[in-house]
Design a protein around this ligand. Structure first.
Ligand code: ATP
Length: 280
C-alpha cells in the first residue's frame, strides 16, 4: 500500500441533494493536496467523511489502509484536523489549549511536545498568554499546532488562512511548507488561488459534487495555455482568453481603456472549468 489516502466512488447524499458524487482519489504520502471549488462544491463534505465526522452514502475511503467507516478509531489516531472556525478556548492560555488537547489524545511526554510545537510555531514567548489576546494570525498558528500535538501522519487544513492579511498569510504558508519537509501529508481547502498555486503539489477541482480536474497546478495551467487580456469597463474587470501573445496585443489595441496582458494562471483555469471566480 503506497498511497496515504484512497477514495473509491465516494459519495454523499443529503435527502434529495447529492453533495458528493463518486469521488475517486489517490494521495501519496508527503503530498500537499488542494481541494478547490466554488461554494457548495462538496469540499467540506469530503473532509468530514475523511475525518470520520460524516458517513459516506456510498463508496469507500481509506487512510493508511484503514477504512474511515469501519475503523474510525485507527483513522483518528493518524489524522490531525484544523477546522475552518477557530474553536480554541479563548479563556485559556496557548499552553493550556495544547495541554488539554494532548491529554484528550493520551499523549505521553506532552510537555516536551508542546514546547517543541510552540517553538516551531514561533509562539513560545506567548505560551502563557490568553488566546483571547492573540492576533488572528497567532490564533490560526495555534490552531495548526493543536492539530499537530498527536503527531498525525495526515493533516487536514480547512481554509487555514481565511481572513488574514497577505503578510500573515505568507507566514502561515512558510509554516505549512516546513511541515511538508517533515514528510506529513496535507489536505488543504482554500478559496485563495494563490495559496493553492504556492503550496499544493496537486489540486482537485470540485464542482457541484463532481471532480472536474485533477493535476499539478502547473499542468492545469499549461493545459489551458494562452494569454488573458484584462480590461476595466465601467468599473467592472473583464477577462478575455486568447491563444497567444500576438492575439493578445491586437485585442489590446482595440480597447479604449487601459489593459493588462498576462499569461493564464490557475484562477483562469478555475473560472474556465466552473464558470465562477474562487475569490470574491
Ligand atoms: P463552501 O466553500 O461554501 O464551504 P463546500 O464545497 O465545502 O462549500 P459542502 O459544505 O461540502 O460544500 O456542501 C455541499 C452541498 O451539500 C451544499 O449544497 C450544501 O448545502 C449541502 N450540505 C452540506 N451539509 C449538509 C447537511 N448537513 N444537510 C443538508 N445539506 C448539506
Amino acid at each position: 500500500m503506497n498511497e496515504m489516502i484512497v477514495t473509491d466512488n465516494l459519495g454523499k447524499q443529503y435527502r434529495d441533494l447529492v453533495a458528493l458524487e463518486g469521488l475517486s482519489l489517490q494521495i501519496p504520502p508527503g503530498e500537499i493536496f488542494g481541494l478547490l471549488g466554488p461554494n457548495g462544491a462538496g469540499k467540506t463534505t469530503t473532509i468530514k467523511i475523511l475525518t470520520t465526522l460524516a458517513r459516506p452514502s456510498w463508496g469507500t475511503a481509506r487512510i493508511h489502509d484503514f477504512d474511515v467507516l469501519r475503523q474510525p478509531l485507527q483513522v483518528k489516531k493518524l489524522i490531525g484536523v484544523c477546522p475552518q472556525e477557530i474553536n480554541l478556548d479563548r479563556e485559556l492560555t496557548a499552553y493550556e489549549n495544547l495541554w488539554i488537547y494532548g491529554r484528550l489524545h493520551r499523549m505521553t511526554e506532552l510537555k516536551a511536545r508542546i514546547q517543541e510545537l510552540l517553538d516551531f510555531g514561533d509562539l513560545s514567548g506567548r505560551a502563557d498568554s490568553l488566546v483571547r489576546d492573540f492576533s488572528g494570525g497567532m490564533q490560526r498558528r495555534l490552531l495548526i499546532l493543536r492539530a499537530l500535538v498527536s503527531r498525525p501522519q495526515v493533516l487536514f487544513l480547512d481554509e487555514p488562512t481565511v481572513g488574514l492579511d497577505p503578510q500573515v498569510r505568507r507566514q502561515l504558508w512558510n509554516l505549512i511548507q516546513e511541515l511538508k519537509l517533515g514528510g506529513i501529508t496535507i489536505i488543504l481547502t482554500t478559496h485563495y488561488i494563490e495559496e493553492a498555486e504556492m503550496l499544493c503539489d496537486r489540486v482537485g477541482i470540485l464542482n457541484r459534487g463532481r471532480l472536474i480536474a485533477l493535476d499539478t497546478p502547473q499542468a492545469l495551467v499549461a493545459k489551458l495555455g494562452g494569454y488573458v487580456v484584462e480590461t476595466l469597463n465601467g468599473g467592472r474587470r473583464q477577462y478575455l482568453l486568447v491563444r497567444d501573445k500576438e492575439e493578445a496585443y491586437s485585442r489590446a489595441q482595440m480597447e479604449p481603456t487601459e489593459v493588462i496582458i498576462r499569461q493564464v494562471n490557475l484562477e483562469d483555469v478555475f473560472i474556465q472549468l466552473t464558470g465562477e471566480r474562487l475569490t470574491n
